[in-house]
Design a protein around this ligand. Sequence first.
Ligand SMILES: *[C@@H]1O[C@H](CO)[C@@H](O)[C@H](O)[C@H]1NC(C)=O
Length: 548
Amino acid sequence: MAVYTVFVLCVFCFQYVLGNSQLPLQDDYHGAKPTRGEPWPLPQIYTPSAETFSLNYLSFEFQVTGSTCDTLAAAIRRYEEIIFGDHAKIDSRLKFFPKFQRFSSADGNVNKLSVHVQETCDTAGNNYPSLESNEAYNLTVESPNSELIANSVWGALRGLETFSQLIYEGLEGQLEVNKTTIQDFPRFKYRGLLLDSARHFLSVEILKKNLDAMAYNKFNVFHWHIVDDQSFPYESVLFPQMSAMGSYFGLSHTYTQADIKDVVEHARLRGIRVIPEFDTPGHTQSWGKAIQNLLTKCYTSGKPNGNYGPIDPSLNSTYDFLKKFFGEVAEVFPDHYIHLGGDEVSFSCWQSNPQVTDFMKKMSFGTNYAQLEQYYMQNLLTIINSLNKGYLIWQEVIDNGATVRPDTIVEVWKGGYQAELAKVTKMGYHALLSSCWYLNLIAYGSDWKRYYACDPWDMVNGTQKQLDLVIGGEACMWGEYVDNTNVISRTWPRAAAVGERLWSNMKVRDGAKAAPRMAEHRCRLIRRGIQAEPVNGPDFCEHEYRGV
Ligand SMILES: *[C@@H]1O[C@H](CO)[C@@H](O)[C@H](O)[C@H]1NC(C)=O
């Protein structure tokens, strides 16, 4: 991230050099007028019409006609509240003013949405989302009965979200929806968002609010960068001293096992997988506070200097610890995948340590510390294999030459991603793009259009086979400058640009065309309690965020 820091600084210099940063950048989407009842992300096949129906919360009902399960029942309750919540409240006040009649010129009513899920959705294997989940659905909005059909419950969740977005307020405040047909499915099966709860502690409430926003944007993976150098908030069952000593401020800055269950369940009910990242061997200063001899002692002039480097790969005790620790992680997090990090490993401390140097000799690694890193990673991967879990890693592991299992997912995060994607997929690995979606790198203006323009298929000379190995991407909000006070508003709606890129057809690329829909979507998020910041310059929402 050092590279990026320089880049950020330069963005600011650049603006100063150019002069008055209050002047709008030329191609910002100023004053884009919000659409009414148009979905975000745009469905694959979307046929709206000008025929308008009205909806009334007293007569409207959801009807489940296929399989059902807790996920579907909970989703229907949520969308009832999202669609009719305010209206039911407003109407219960209005009954004291019976003369008030709402005006509607609608062509009829929509009285029902039947929801038909074809597969059973309550059996083991079907009740937690996976990389292979089928999220396709068909939606027909018609009067008096509308219909949502999906193969799996995960598709039904996406369809319910779309249905709720098609409904808008008419000019008199009445609920309306246009006759529409939709056939929809995601372009990429991995649509992730990373939050970092180690640089600043994020509360369970904020994590859950972020999951809500993810569901409103059809994201399906929460990459939880849960620990790092600065703090270790994960409360381990086997090693409780790690958070006791490694968290920022004792129990108030930790995640208990119950907290984790709460987050994972909140995500599951929204069709979102939770992939935890326990980044090693670098980024582990907080781990070393409680675990003796885990980190490498750094030396100056033949003596330990009191500093610690990455995890010490030369000791057997390291791997005994990792086996126990990841054994626990594998049970606590139900997803098949764990993110193992592997980024930004500094070799200088390893180089200074005489025992590590001896080990290098013993292993005939010469002075090739990348080989030592590979040795560590391969031992770790063997441990994860034995736990029957899959893994994601940052690109450096591959860049440093480690061989990994064929189904490994390599996350590309550095600049020059077009060549890196080509390299990684040529080696046959699955790839995930995040380089162009570091949302923590803020800049003045409508920066979402940059995120919108970037595409996971921007690969140097990629063959179809290589393109097929790109399973999606991830928006990242690193935590150095965000905490509970601003993480939601800084992430949203900017992450929505990534959401549409990963879901919609690749031809949906015109930011200027998307801007009015983005304007409506931001207002929709605000209406639903997400404090989504302005992204199109001067504008307004009919229902503004009021600070409560
Ligand atoms: C919905 O219908 C209204 C009224 O006919 C029309 O003005 C509007 O453009 C339609 N919306 C969409 C998304 O087609």
